[in-house]
Design a protein around this ligand. Structure first.
Ligand code: G3P
Length: 234
């Protein structure tokens, strides 16, 4: 089988980041299947597709696919007496290249976000921090994460795309973040299920999208990924 180019094995933008959340469809072996589909879709469409599996599956998936793997969460701890925590070093050891931070389903205070970005960066992880509003994006940009994903929580899982329902939130986040730190990438997510939603996001200045149910819950996840990935380069 043809091997993947660096652009797809390493993180690059535009980025399609698929969050597996804690769905039944993305636990264990089924997760591996979806990650393999993502690898195939990345190769065939020459787009970087990263996956964020459940914590217990990170090593299984990172060892099986060449595309970038993200943790859904890490804690701002190191080695030692931190029972129940996920250290950034543990995520790296499992094969992750990055981590989501403060997803709206795992929301952190600004103070913890800052600490987590610092610890994750020290461990070598790419940091994608989620934020619900333009103002929160602006505040988080000052901590210099690798990327910020703007996601209005009320649209998550609805199939109503942020890029259509709240375009001002996407363009506002891009403007606010770039004013604070031009090098911080901006993604958007919530309700994205179709190629046209991705096209709208890219037109608004997003450098990628964060999706979950549009792929995981799709009748044909591979087809859904291909539609989103191919729209990424428009
Ligand atoms: O992390 C992705 C996310 O919260 C959006 O979820 O299901 O609306 O694509 P969904």
């Amino acid at each position: 089988m043809e091997s993947l180019s660096d652009e797809m094995t390493q993180l690059s933008f535009p980025l399609l980041l698929i969050n597996f959340k804690a769905y039944r469809e993305t636990l264990g072996r089924p997760a591996l299947k979806i990650a393999s589909m993502a690898e195939r879709a990345a190769r065939e469409n020459e787009v970087c597709i990263a996956v964020a599996p459940q914590a217990v599956d990170l090593r299984l998936i990172a060892e099986a696919v060449e595309i970038p793997v993200f943790a859904q969460h890490v804690d701002p701890v190191g080695y030692g007496r931190y029972t129940g925590h996920i250290s950034p070093e543990a995520a790296v050891d499992a094969g992750c290249v990055g981590t989501l931070i403060s997803h709206s389903e795992r929301r952190l205070t600004l103070e913890l976000i800052e600490k987590t970005i610092e610890r994750a960066s020290e461990a070598g992880l790419t940091t994608v921090v989620c934020a619900d509003t333009v103002e929160r994006c602006r505040a988080i940009a000052a901590y210099a994460p690798s990327a910020i994903a703007v996601e209005p929580p009320e649209l998550i899982g609805t199939g109503i795309p942020v890029s259509k329902a709240k375009p001002e939130v996407v363009s506002g986040a891009v403007k606010a973040v770039k004013e604070v730190k031009a090098e911080v990438r901006v993604l958007c997510g919530a309700g994205i299920t179709r190629g046209v939603d991705v096209e709208a996001a890219v037109t608004l200045g997003a450098e990628g999208v964060l999706v979950a149910s549009g792929v995981v819950k799709a009748p044909d996840p591979y087809r859904a990924m291909v539609e989103l990935a191919s729209a990424m380069r428009t």
